[in-house]
Ligand binder design. Structure first.
Ligand code: GDP
Length: 438
């Protein structure tokens, strides 16, 4: 499902390699791919448009985490938005016994099959004793089908092939279920090729008679947007409490699942993933989002990075300082890290011999200016400060709004720092720190 999206995104996101901050410009291609993939998966155009706008809003301006690629970070954002679109957490059925469920939907959507699957599922997971009531008065074959399912799943069955009044069947079905001590009563209603007045009227009458706790709409995912429209209409006409989305195993393009909640306003509660009675499960938006993207690992990787990034980066820097192979690029990254951490203290504390050294506001201000200067350098200049002479110095000073002497001062300070690190490496750290503080 949506393999398309995964592939296309893959190449668009590879182009983000190396960017430090996500921006509207560097995200443009990726966002275009997302939109196209959604549209070709038959997601409603309004949903696709809003989705892309939200993802953009979330991405733009984000600093890229150090231990993941920008692409991975974007995938995580897309994933989280997909989860929201699909309906956040799993939505449970009402927790009561007895529980009455009315199944509605178009002909061929999988209504009868899903009635059997749901009975089986709830008997197993929630310890219900199910009864299946056949309310399709037009197709005798549908009654036979439900009876067979009831037998296979060890359910109570009620049907009356001679009765044409749905309301009577409903009433008698309730009575039969009660007699048999069933505490889950599922009413399988008739379907049509399309929604019409008669069908809606019949469902309303049955609803008024059996007073269902849940009205579940069964929708065929293979119908894409059409399934979403059907759900919307059914909900407006009879008020549905949930959706069972069937045939998600086939080559359904996935769009139905994605637009369902936001267009129809009804949560997807279950999904059918095959013809067999156990190919059925509670609908989990997060699992579905990972499946759609086919990138579950990336999501957890980014989550982990978000939790531990500060620590990892600080340790890496401390290690570089220890080894004295620290360049201006590291210096910059360290300062940005420090800003995120809120104070210099924790970083300095990790350096050998520097416990207890205090750094105040003045130092922080100086760091902001230093950061501006380094940001005006090219990556090559940051890695090889030796290159910084003449016109380069002027360019950097202009770029960061300072004087050339300020840039020189920074370079001098940096050189001293490197020397200091080399000394610390030699074990003279404590002595030197004392000298500096004095
Ligand atoms: P109804 O007319 O709505 O009662 O639909 P049925 O329950 O008779 O199902 C119609 C067809 O869809 C049958 O051949 C079912 O086996 C098939 N079907 C139902 N659910 C699923 C599903 O989740 N996956 C697949 N692949 N087929 C399904």
């Amino acid at each position: 499902m949506l393999e398309n999206l995964t592939d296309k995104l893959g190449s668009a996101l590879r182009n983000l390699r190396g960017v430090g901050k996500l921006s509207e410009e560097n995200m443009a291609d990726a966002l275009k791919e997302v939109r196209q993939a959604l549209l070709s998966a038959d997601v409603h155009f309004k949903v696709a448009r809003e989705f892309v706008a939200t993802v953009k809003e979330q991405c733009v301006g984000q600093e890229v985490l150090k231990s993941v690629t920008p692409g991975q970070q974007v995938i995580k954002i897309i994933h989280d938005e997909l989860v929201k679109l699909l309906g956040e957490g799993a939505t449970e059925l009402e927790d009561k016994k007895p529980l009455r469920i009315m199944m509605v939907g178009l002909h061929g959507s999988g209504k009868t099959t899903s009635s059997g699957k749901l009975a089986r599922y709830l008997a197993k997971k929630r310890d219900y004793r199910p009864a299946l009531v056949a309310c399709d008065v037009y197709r005798p074959a549908a009654i036979d089908q439900l009876e067979t399912l009831a037998k296979n799943e060890d359910c109570v069955f009620y049907g009356d092939r001679d009765e044409k009044d749905v309301v009577k069947i409903g009433k008698q079905g309730l009575e039969a279920a009660k007699q048999a001590e069933a505490n889950l009563i599922i009413f399988d209603t008739a379907g049509r090729l399309q929604i019409d007045e008669n069908l809606i009227e019949e469902i309303k009458l049955l609803k008024a008679e059996v007073l269902p706790d849940e009205i579940l709409l069964v929708a065929d995912a293979a119908l894409g947007q059409e399934a979403v429209n059907v759900a919307k209409h059914f909900h407006e006409a009879v008020g549905c409490t949930g959706i069972i989305l069937t045939k998600l195993d086939g080559d359904a393009r996935g769009g139905a699942a994605l637009s369902m909640k936001s267009i129809s306003n009804v949560p997807i509660k279950f999904m059918g993933t095959g013809e067999k009675s156990d190919e059925f499960d509670v609908f989990h938006p997060d699992r579905m989002a990972s499946r759609i993207l086919g990138m579950g690992d990336v999501v957890s990787l980014v989550e982990k990075a978000q939790e531990t990034i500060d620590q990892d980066e600080a340790e890496r820097m401390a290690e570089k300082m220890r080894k004295a192979d620290f360049n201006l690029e590291d210096f910059l990254s360290q300062m940005q890290q420090v800003k995120k951490m809120g104070s210099l203290g924790s970083l300095v504390g990790m350096m050998p011999g520097m416990n207890g050294v205090e750094i105040g506001d003045e130092e922080e201000k100086k760091m902001a200016r230093t950061e501006a200067i380094i940001l005006s350098m090219t990556v090559q200049e940051r890695r090889q400060p030796r290159l910084l002479r003449g016109s380069r110095l002027k360019r950097i000073a202009n770029g960061s709004g300072v004087q050339v002497r300020d840039v020189n001062a920074l370079l001098k300070q940096f050189t001293q720092m490197q020397k200091m690190m080399k000394m610390m490496r030699g074990g003279k750290g404590r002595k030197m720190m004392k000298a500096m503080k004095a």
